[in-house]
Design a protein. Sequence first.
Length: 207
Amino acid sequence: MKTTTKVWDKIFQRSGKVFTDPHRDIPEIARFLTDKGAKNILDLGCGTGRHVIYLVKNGFSVSGMDNSPQAIEMTRIWLEEENLKANLQLQEMAKKFPYEDHFFDAIISVQVIHHADTATIKHIVQEMERVIKTGGFIFVTVPKLRNQGRNFKQIEPNTCVPLDGAEKGLPHHYFTPDELREFFVNFQVRDIHLDEIDHYCLSAMKL
């Protein structure tokens, strides 16, 4: 996973924040979580902080976790500029998450968990299950189709590594709705839909 960390650091160093506006579903999700009384939220793969910033501004206690030192530092600076506070954690997702069992009311993870092979994705989902409360809400987005670079090396079914392009060297697993349901079998799926960039958006509650 050190290789993927270096790739992300280079992307953020070259392109800056990359994303600044929240995913289009996040405002509605924030309203839903407020109505539900949710407080503690994990932004899993927080990148340079667009959702950390948005959620803190909307009154949540937010933890942002990412494997890129560059991303964590850029999020920290953005928080300081906005005079906001959040808990930031530099962490590889292939390892045990540094949080207690049943700690979070909700987890969001936008365009993140597909950057792994299926064994690692299963581990990530298991850790999500561990750190979220029963009845907790998750929002996860993953790609439907191959969308990075022109040349690929397939490392397992539906998992490829781009050999060129901006995300060269990063694993990409491409999902189907049925596969999403299989990975998140211990969650009650509320909705799966496609967003404007052909990413499946999963909303679910922990059983």
